[in-house]
Design a protein around this ligand. Structure first.
Ligand code: DLZ
Length: 163
């Protein structure tokens, strides 16, 4: 019964399970669309390149990152066949406290939905000080967080299916 990890390479990002048996939704915020569009492109490409079938991916836009929690709840309630939801957004620090409220609400909201459904709900939301930091993390010099969100979704769906 006991299965132990053998070495640190077990944690490597190169070990991604085959996604062919999994179904995902991607919810993507329209605010900061140039950034979230790149996150979406990265997430979709990464799901497909790791074996997830195109017909097993539903993509839905939502107005802003705040709406990602509601979208994840709706998707998992109405589509119980889904193995997880990837939530993509970009919240950029402004002059008001909107940033703090949105980031806090989305982080805890997505956690709650994930626990309620016992399914992965992935926090693929950039929370940056400025536009450049967002560009750097959506296909720029710091990679694409959309790719990472997709890999996380596959790993967690696999965990859920095999534990
Ligand atoms: C209102 C707002 C602001 C100021 N900034 C952002 C942002 O940087 N990123 C984002 O995704 N959404 C923003 N929004 C919109 C909220 O997420 C939400 O759509 C509205 O408050 C309506 O609920």
């Amino acid at each position: 019964m006991a299965t132990q990890l053998k070495n640190l390479s077990d944690f490597s990002h190169t070990t991604v399970p085959d996604g062919k048996n999994y179904k995902f939704a991607i919810a993507v915020a329209e605010w900061n669309a140039a950034i979230t569009g790149s996150l979406y492109d990265g997430a979709l490409k990464t799901l497909l390149s790791n074996g997830v079938l195109e017909e097993n991916i539903i993509s839905v836009p939502v107005p802003g990152s705040f709406e990602l929690t509601g979208a994840a709840e709706i998707l998992l309630s109405k589509r119980p066949e889904l193995d997880g939801v990837i939530c993509l957004g970009c919240v950029i620090q402004g002059e008001t406290r909107h940033f703090d409220f949105i980031c806090q609400a989305v982080a805890s909201g997505l956690t709650d939905v994930s626990i309620k459904h016992s399914k992965p709900v992935i926090f693929g939301v950039l929370t940056t000080d400025d536009q450049q930091q967002a560009v750097d993390r959506s296909g720029g010099k710091h990679g694409n967080k959309g790719d990472e969100a997709a890999i996380t979704a596959i790993k967690m769906a696999h965990l859920n299916a095999t534990v």
